[in-house]
Design a protein around this ligand. Structure first.
Ligand SMILES: Cc1cc2nc3c(=O)[nH]c(=O)nc-3n(C[C@H](O)[C@H](O)[C@H](O)COP(=O)(O)O)c2cc1C
Length: 191
């Protein structure tokens, strides 16, 4: 039996109360249903400092334990879902920092973007797509943009029903995840 592809789900937001993690948990279930293993990579848990390597990532030199640990986790993946909110028409600084730590580990890796926000996080998704494309990830499809509705939040701005929010985009998400898992499987076979 062939190995199940390992699909990383990178949670790009790090606030103590956030939409990103529950959305990523829902995505993990979709990844598993598509026949892959979901590997949760929550940047709030990774706690990467601001990039503190002496040499640029393209040098391939990784010295700090947190850099080496991050590199090993990304290297082990067959595909990546980037989950991002829209922060002031961009994606979060923590996500850019986590991306900038590495280079070769990203190159050629099948990836897709799931964004959310009042306009589906389209500005963040566009910026992130440009950066990932520049680095050389193998971007799959257009990704999925999930727009909020006012009723998604209570008066404290906590999302009231994450499964329902993700459920509104279920078909697009299933299609996107299926495409990513197919690309990851192809990469596994070719390796
Ligand atoms: C710093 C910051 C900037 C934001 N800017 C935008 C924005 O430009 N567009 C938007 O649709 N929502 C914006 N929002 C609202 C977020 O979409 C909403 O708070 C969302 O829950 C953030 O994702 P998170 O909970 O995973 O951090 C912003 C929120 C924060 C914290």
């Amino acid at each position: 039996m062939s190995a199940r592809p390992q699909i990383g789900i990178i949670v790009g937001s790090t606030r103590p109360v956030r939409v990103g993690r529950p959305v990523a948990d829902e995505l993990a279930a979709l990844v598993e249903a598509a026949g892959a293993d979901a590997v949760m990579l929550d940047l709030a848990e990774q706690r990467l400092p601001l990039l503190d390597e002496a040499l640029p990532p393209a040098s391939g030199v990784r010295t700090n334990p947190h850099t080496i640990a991050w590199a090993e986790q990304i290297d082990a993946l067959d595909g990546v879902v980037f989950v991002t909110p829209d922060y002031n028409a961009g994606y979060p600084a923590a996500l850019k920092n986590a991306i900038d730590y590495l280079k070769a580990e990203w190159v050629g890796k099948p990836a897709t973007i799931v964004s959310y926000g009042w306009a589906g996080g389209r500005s963040a998704a566009a910026q992130l797509h440009a950066v990932l494309d520049y680095i050389g990830l193998a971007m799959q499809g257009e990704g999925v943009q999930m727009p909020f509705q006012p009723t998604d939040f209570d008066e404290a701005m906590r999302m009231v029903d994450s499964p329902a929010f993700v459920g509104r985009s279920a078909e697009a998400l299933r299609e996107s995840v299926a495409g990513l898992v197919t690309a990851a499987n192809e990469a596994l076979v070719a390796a």
